[in-house]
Write a protein that binds this ligand. Structure first.
Ligand code: AMP
Length: 208
């Protein structure tokens, strides 16, 4: 499907998992700013070395740096965009791009903390699991690519709390901005995964 979707939501709201599902279902690429930065950090590139400091603390990279990292991706024709934009200045630079859907995954802060502690991510790519809510078929192994599942270094309660503060301060103004313009759609992210997928897909199918 020829479509551009932007996903917003607090940390561990399930943006990555939903993006992965939509990317397969709609046959469009999934661009995750967090994953792009983690890949750079794993390769120890100059950008990756800088990003690693922010990734560990849960703070956001400077807007101008993020814009230059994401520019080649957002210019593409179709995609599911996850994690970018995340601040009002980042969002304003995308004003000329028409998104078919801007979707907020709503998850209360308490649930974010619970989820972060159980989250496991595959070592090779971006496939995300939860020990209780979305376990892999074989313990410790990614269903999709067979790589080992790891716990991200930043997936601790302390970092999750710091990230929620950053979210409230920098991302909520972006969300209000889209809301005021009437372009934001919400999906309850605190329900079984199949229902989250179903609700998101319904919004996509019924978009005007
Ligand atoms: P995520 O995987 O989307 O939760 O992102 C992980 C981390 O990458 C964040 O806590 C930030 O340090 C950094 N990051 C990802 N996207 C952005 C962005 N749009 N602006 C600034 N920093 C970002």
């Amino acid at each position: 499907m020829k479509i551009k979707v932007m996903l917003l939501g607090p940390p561990a709201s399930g943006k990555g998992t939903l993006a992965e599902y939509l990317s397969k279902k709609l046959e469009v690429p999934h661009f995750s700013s967090g994953q792009i930065l983690r890949d750079e950090a794993a390769k120890s590139t100059p950008l990756g070395k800088k990003a690693a400091i922010y990734l560990k603390s849960g703070k956001l990279l400077p807007d101008d740096l993020m814009l230059s990292v994401m520019q080649p991706y957002v210019e593409q024709e179709h995609y599911i965009l996850d994690g970018f934009p995340r601040t009002l200045p980042q969002g304003k630079t995308l004003e000329k791009i028409h998104f078919d859907l801007i979707l907020l995954l709503d998850v209360p802060p308490k649930v974010v903390i619970e989820r972060v502690t159980g989250r496991r991510t595959c070592a090779l790519g971006e496939h995300v699991y939860h020990l209780k809510n979305n376990p892999p078929k074989r313990e410790g192994i990614c269903d999709v690519d067979g790589s080992k599942l790891i716990k991200r270094e930043e997936d601790t309660v302390a970092v999750a709390k710091a990230r929620l503060k950053v979210y409230a301060k920098l991302t909520l103004p972006l969300i209000s901005y889209y809301q005021q313009r009437g372009v934001l759609r919400r999906v309850n992210g605190n329900q079984p995964l199949y229902k989250v997928f179903e609700d998101a897909y319904k919004l996509i199918s019924s978009r005007s």
